[in-house]
Design a protein around this ligand. Structure first.
Ligand code: A3P
Length: 286
């Protein structure tokens, strides 16, 4: 693992140089930026935005990998990234915490970037991230969920603390003023309504048939079999698909199948102390 700006990153995936370029990225006002803590529904939002920009037409979703449609800021080198996004407007994705990226987002001509922050209840994030550590060769593997949970609650994981991430990006004094906050749970409970909300924010209103087509193509069952988005195209030395599936369960409340009563109590006590100064509400189950 690499440390950059006080946060851990997977050294096998990002370098100091690529991280430095990411935090200094020269945005344009027309850009769209998806921001999330890992396992919060990032890939889902990439798919939703591709479909909205295509007015429900799945052509790009079925022919171009998601990482080319909405490339990761922290993965790329500058020249690559300038050309990377295959959509119009350019769409980028990042897991960077607020303190590392906000300076670049305040700098004209990038101060009007449309930032979409995607969050998910942290118990489901923890379970999904635990399984992802088995699949992702660039992340350390934990032998038990108990051990992983302590790392998660202490913020000793790649991309840092979930608590700092969400608080940084949703605090109105620190976050970009035009940020749209979308939750995994609202996508899950009302996908059509969420697509309309995002399409209005992007100023790309859709008619009913177009919304329905977006819903169809970004459902869990469609995305699970779409190799342009299910990460099956990624080399085995980056993701070992014999260890699990990226599109794993796609559920709200799956944490209940994993947490013991003691783990839940411990989680709740840490959550209460760390989120005391944060007014966000979370949906914990369907
Ligand atoms: P699970 O591991 O709980 O199944 P990210 O893209 O931020 O890494 O998040 C991955 C999580 O989002 C995984 O959660 C994945 O299954 C879920 N996901 C991706 N697409 C989804 C969809 N269309 N519907 C529901 N969940 C989806």
């Amino acid at each position: 693992m690499e440390s950059f700006g006080g946060v851990l990153f997977p050294g096998g995936l990002h370098t100091q140089e690529s991280l430095k370029l990411a935090v200094d990225f020269p945005f344009r006002d027309t850009d769209v930026l998806i921001v999330s803590y890992p396992k919060s529904g990032t890939t889902w939002m990439q798919e939703i935005i591709t479909l909205i920009l295509g007015r429900g037409d799945p052509h790009l979703s079925h022919t171009v990998p998601n990482w080319a449609r909405a490339p990761w800021l922290e993965h790329h080198y500058f020249a690559e990234l300038q050309e990377a996004s295959s959509t119009q407007p350019r769409v980028f994705t990042t897991h960077l915490p607020n303190h590392l990226l906000v300076p670049a987002l305040q700098e004209p001509p990038g101060s009007n970037v449309k930032v979409i922050y995607v969050s998910r209840n942290p118990k489901d994030v923890a379970v999904s991230f635990y399984h992802f550590h088995k699949l992702a060769v660039f992340l350390p593997e934990f032998s038990t969920f108990e051990e992983f949970l302590h790392h998660f609650l202490d913020g000793r994981l790649c991309y840092g603390s979930w608590f700092d991430h969400i608080k940084g990006w949703t605090d109105q004094r620190r976050a970009p003023s035009n940020l749209l906050h979308v939750t995994y749970e609202e996508m899950s409970l009302d996908l059509s309504g969420t697509i309309q909300k995002v399409s209005s924010y992007l100023r790309r209103p859709l008619v009913e048939d177009e919304v329905n087509s977006c819903v169809k193509h970004c459902s869990f069952s469609s995305m699970k079999v779409n190799k342009m988005v299910n990460y099956s195209l990624v080399a085995k030395d980056i993701m070992d698909h014999s260890k699990g599936s990226f599109m794993r369960k796609g559920k709200v409340g799956d944490w209940k199948t994993m947490f013991t009563e003691e783990q839940d109590e411990y989680f709740n006590s840490v959550f209460k102390s760390k989120m005391d100064d944060c007014a966000l509400d979370f949906v914990w189950e369907e």
